[in-house]
Design a protein around this ligand. Structure first.
Ligand code: PMP
Length: 294
């Protein structure tokens, strides 16, 4: 069955899901997006993702042409129409079709796209072995330049950091903020574990406060671990007992080496492994259930 893509209110076959080259999302990266997962027919934290999508749009003064409730239904319908129980969903709202100038007033109607498909960021074996990272020379953008909290269609500094990782022959890059403190991965948040405490950079480190990050903080808290949102340096990373990155697409990925320094025992740590198991248990229980037609 050909995939059906939601495009401006209609479900259309994948190869007919096309957007104008005059769309400012294409011309200028002017727009916002979300990456969402569906586990066993439950769209994980869909309401939280939609809330973040509308917050991102509001920040760039773009009015999404439907209500959050309509947006939620469009997601459920798109997953159901494709008969998917497990899926990766990509939601894009771009400024819409305009002319060859920056002025967003020339784009009367934002374009809304919802794609339900699958994603594999890393081969399965990497989750058992853990991955190596390097620190990218490209920093996160300053919050007063391009705030990572706005999940915009501009991911160029992340892409440059990804290229640096590929060239170094490692799985992913760790990105610092302008002050040199650890911020996050290219599309993942970052945690270290030291003396049984989970430590992750705070919002003011200039990160996207991820939905997976929050879920891990909640699970860890329920399991009796202390969680601290604290600025960390590369020295803290190099001397951590465990490290992992997390995000909707990556889920929880153990990190066993950073900048050629072995982290802890050089294998996925016990707390990381426990959290990976717990995350998969809870992920299919929190969210919006898809109703499939018989
Ligand atoms: N940081 C960045 C820069 C991201 O793009 C993402 C997800 N795409 C994350 C962190 C993780 O956020 P979430 O857990 O909400 O997917």
């Amino acid at each position: 069955m050909s995939r059906l893509v939601y495009l401006d209110g209609k479900l259309v076959p994948k190869d007919q899901a096309v957007v104008s080259v005059f769309d400012h999302g294409f011309l200028y990266g002017d727009g916002v997006f979300e990456g969402i997962r569906c586990y066993s027919g439950v769209i994980f934290k869909l309401k939280e993702h939609i809330e973040r999508l509308y917050a991102s749009a509001n920040s760039i003064m773009m009015k999404i042409p439907m209500t959050p409730e309509e947006m939620e239904k469009a997601h459920v319908d798109t997953v159901a129409a494709n008969g998917l129980k497990d899926a990766y969903i990509r939601t894009i709202v771009s400024r819409g079709k305009g002319d060859l100038g920056l002025d967003p007033r020339k784009c009367p109607v934002p374009t809304v796209v919802i794609i339900a498909d699958s994603i594999t960021l890393f081969p399965g074996a990497m989750y058992d072995q853990g991955v190596k990272m390097i620190t990218s020379a490209v920093r996160r953008t300053a919050v007063d330049a391009h705030n990572a909290q706005v999940k915009s269609l501009n991911y160029l500094n992340s892409i440059q950091a990804k290229i640096a990782a590929i060239q170094a022959g490692v799985a992913e890059s760790l990105m610092l903020n302008a002050e040199g403190y650890v911020a996050e991965g290219v599309g993942e948040n970052f945690f270290i574990v030291k003396d049984n405490v989970l430590i992750t950079p705070p919002r003011h480190a200039g990160i996207l406060t991820g939905i997976t990050r929050q879920t891990i903080m909640d699970i860890a808290g329920e399991d009796g671990y202390k969680v601290s949102e604290t600025m960390i340096t590369l020295h803290d990373v190099y001397s951590a007992d465990e490290a992992f990155m997390c995000g909707t697409a990556a889920e929880i990925m153990p990190v066993v080496e950073v900048d050629l320094r072995t982290i802890g025992a050089g294998v996925p740590g016990p707390i990381t492994k426990k959290l990976m198991g717990r995350f998969h248990e809870v992920a299919k229980t929190i969210g919006t259930r898809v109703i499939y037609n018989a």
